[in-house]
Write a protein that binds this ligand. Structure first.
Ligand SMILES: Nc1ncnc2c1ncn2[C@@H]1O[C@H](COP(=O)(O)OP(=O)(O)OP(=O)(O)O)[C@@H](O)[C@H]1O
Length: 495
């Protein structure tokens, strides 16, 4: 390959080949005296197409070391109908030649001038776009065929590539680089399920591994891979699927702000939702939207240069999601940083993930304690395993997350659950930590986040605090803090 001065045009390595198409079977019957009919014009165009022409043979390399001349447009292979200045790009001449344009974003329809038809792996994408999400893809443009292949990179090459990509996004596209796990680039031996190609795993929980996956249109989803190898696994998976299905229509109709993940599809490895036990194990894949770029766990881990306004915007959105669930008589039951996703940083968009443990609230409004069946140590409200409890356990858990967002550390993390019968010593230590934390928070004025958190972290166990005083999610959204913080943000913006 050699590269000339214009970096957007990558010329092939090999010599230009002169090729003559086979003209057999084409009859040159048009008479010079006849008027040009539409059919004849078409025929002449066809004959022109059959003229000897120069074909490029060789390969093109798309690489960050050779960035495109017009970064917003993307990489170009071919003679290039695309001029190098943006205004002219809009008026691109559709007959200037055949190119392959690897755009960084879908092109507007008016910029799809290819008259011959374009297909990707046999699918017509002339009027749309396609994602190169297989290790190898075939791109057909009229009579030309390209084979697109991803290079396998070593670990060192991969980390260099990720660094270069970050620089490229920041300097050329003025946007944050998408995290590697969200890239549609397939990993080596990527798994393909239906139309979805898996990329790298995003997170792991007790019940499954969640990966990003994309289809040929470039749509991205989260896929949770779960294995069932017993009736018990099968029941647990089925329970999660039923909850997600019940919430799906509710969310589609009502959750206009999209604060909660939603089910897209469930794929059973052998097609049946019923486990018949004839195979040693089977996969079940749960597809959901949106795909989060990271979670609150990362937000909490960030150093002290935390962007408080942004963190509070995320926190408020999650509170809205929780209030939505409670209004529709659902309780999440496992609120914690790893289950709260960040979809976008600017504008901030957060989403509640993992509804696997969500429960619908009974008419009585109360749940019986059933130790060890839901929630995560560190986020369990004290009453949860000892007394009748209600959906306000979500508010407690979110209060703990709010404290972590604010300070970067957990107020009372313990390896074991201090609320079990035999954990008296642990419980005393917990109560100590709780009192210290609350005293610290109560020093702040009304209308501050600290004040809001003290109201979210009320409880009645051990005669300290009072669950009845715990604020509900919708009351928390009305807290003075939000009014004041909006004013502060607006003032900041004006400056
Ligand atoms: N839509 C998504 N986008 C990005 N990451 C996700 C998404 N859904 C889940 N994850 C990540 O995958 C992790 C595991 O997913 P999930 O919580 O659904 O599994 P789980 O087995 O139920 O976990 P747990 O152990 O918390 O019960 C999450 O904690 C989160 O970090």
């Amino acid at each position: 390959m050699h590269i000339e001065n214009e970096p957007s045009l990558l010329y092939p390595r090999d010599e230009i080949l002169e090729t003559r198409y086979d003209r057999n079977g084409v009859t040159d019957s048009a008479s010079a005296t006849e008027r040009d009919t539409e059919a004849e014009l078409e025929h002449q165009a066809y004959l022109r197409e059959q003229e000897p022409r120069k074909l490029w043979d060789g390969y093109y390399k798309f690489d960050l070391s050779v960035p495109p001349g017009l970064p917003r447009a993307g990489w170009i292979a071919g003679r290039g109908r695309w001029p190098t200045d943006t205004r002219a790009l809009a008026k691109a001449n559709p007959n200037g030649g055949v190119d392959l344009l690897l755009a960084t974003q879908p092109l507007p329809r008016s910029l799809h001038p290819e008259p011959h038809g374009v297909s990707l792996d046999g699918r017509n994408i002339s009027k749309s776009h396609g994602a190169l999400n297989h290790g190898k893809s075939t791109i057909q443009i009229g009579p030309l065929q390209y084979e697109f292949t991803y290079t396998n990179r070593t670990e060192a090459e991969e980390s260099k590539f990720q660094e270069d990509k970050k620089d490229y996004f920041e300097t050329e596209l003025h946007a944050p680089s998408p995290p590697p796990a969200l890239s549609v680039t397939p990993s080596q031996n990527s798994l393909q399920i239906g139309e979805w190609t898996f990329s790298s795993p995003l997170g792991k929980g007790v019940s499954g591994i969640v990966s990003a996956a994309s289809n040929f249109k470039g749509d991205a989803v989260a896929i949770k891979s779960m294995v069932r190898s017993s009736q018990r696994d099968s029941r647990m998976i089925q329970q999660e699927v039923e909850v997600l299905e019940s919430l799906k229509s509710l969310l589609e109709d009502a959750d206009t702000d999209r604060r909660i993940m939603r089910l897209v599809e469930v794929i059973y490895q052998w097609g049946s939702p019923i486990w018949d036990g004839t195979r040693p194990f089977e996969y079940v894949w749960i597809l959901s939207l949106p795909l989060a770029r990271s979670t609150f766990a990362e937000l909490v881990r960030r150093d002290t240069s935390r962007d408080t306004d942004c963190n509070m915007a995320f926190f408020q959105q999650i509170l809205q999601g929780v209030a939505f669930l409670h209004r529709h008589r659902w309780m999440h039951c496992d609120i914690k940083p790893a289950n709260l996703g960040l979809v976008s940083l600017n504008p901030p968009r957060a989403v509640i993930l993992d509804l696997g443990q969500a429960r619908s609230i009974p008419n009585s409004g109360w749940f019986e304690p059933y130790p060890g069946t839901c929630g995560t140590i560190g986020y369990l409200a004290p009453e949860m395993e000892r007394e009748l409890f209600n959906e306000s356990v979500d508010v407690w858990a979110l209060g703990v997350v709010g404290y972590e967002l604010m300070t970067g550390s957990h107020p009372w993390m313990m390896a074991q659950n201090p609320w079990r019968e035999d954990k008296e010593q642990l419980r005393l230590r917990w109560e100590d930590k709780y009192r210290t934390t609350m005293r610290e928070l109560q020093e702040a004025d009304d209308g501050t986040i600290e004040h809001l958190l003290t109201q979210m972290l009320q409880h009645s166990c051990g005669n300290i605090g009072n669950t009845n005083q715990r604020i509900s999610a919708s009351e928390a959204l009305q807290h003075e803090f939000w009014q004041l913080s909006t004013t502060v943000t607006q003032k900041k913006r004006k400056i």
